[in-house]
Design a protein around this ligand. Structure first.
Ligand code: MD6
Ligand code: FE
Length: 216
């Protein structure tokens, strides 16, 4: 949590290591929140948030859209990166330079130079929405990190090990927090606990998460 008291920050450290290869940069995106939210609104006007169907036939509780040259999609046939939004038949909106630059800067801050994301998955959580424990392994090159930006209501992020059965740790991700994730942590299991209800000054009863990836 970040609070200001007489000009002194009484939050925890700005950089919190989660594991070798994974670091939480608290508040890293905060200075850009207004522009980020405007960019997300423009993307969602072209490619609206939708709750996709998993290969197992379940509707996800999280609503998703994408920007970039490819987007992550799931349907009955499986998970994939696709240059086309299946709902519109059009290409996904381009990744705004501001988003790409923020992701590159965060990656570089975490020790991953020259990150060049080609996909940005945008997740929208309402109270109760969750993301089950999973690995991000649909990307061709797992040598590149993932950069994750949290906006709106705080969430509990679950972070485990390379096996599904490994014990998970819990981290609170608040508005403006960025997690960079690569190297030995790249295939760690992780998820998001059901979103607690609340009211965020900018986003109301929602949390938005951006994950930037090098998919192809
Ligand atoms: C979320 N994030 O925070 C879901 N994956 O809403 C992820 O699944 C994720 O935050 C890989 C790396 C960082 C992440
Ligand atoms: Fe993930």
């Amino acid at each position: 949590m970040t609070d200001l008291f007489d000009g002194f920050e009484i939050a925890g450290p700005a950089r919190e290591p989660l594991a070798p290869g994974a670091v939480l940069l608290r508040g890293f995106a905060q200075p850009h929140a207004t522009e980020l939210l405007a960019a997300i609104e423009a993307i969602a006007a072209q490619a609206p948030f939708r709750r996709m169907i998993t290969p197992g036939g379940h509707q996800m509780s999280v609503a998703m859209t994408n920007c970039g040259s490819v987007g992550w999609v799931t349907d009955r046939s499986g998970y994939r990166y696709d240059p086309v939004d299946p709902d519109s038949g059009q290409r996904w909106p381009a990744m705004p330079p501001l988003l790409r630059q923020l992701a590159e800067q965060a990656a570089s801050e975490a020790g991953f130079a020259a990150f060049a994301p080609d996909a940005c998955l945008i997740n929208c959580y309402e109270p109760g929405a969750k993301m089950s424990l999973h690995q991000d392994r649909d990307e061709r090159d797992v040598g590149a990190p993932i950069v994750s930006v949290s906006l709106g209501l705080p969430a509990t992020f679950l972070f485990g090990g390379l096996k599904r059965s490994d014990k998970t740790q819990r981290y609170r991700l608040a508005h403006g927090d960025v997690v960079v994730w690569g190297g030995p942590a790249r295939l760690a299991f992780h998820g998001v606990a059901p979103l607690a209800d609340g009211e965020h000054a900018r986003l109301g009863r929602r949390r938005i998460n951006l994950t930037f990836r090098r998919a192809r």
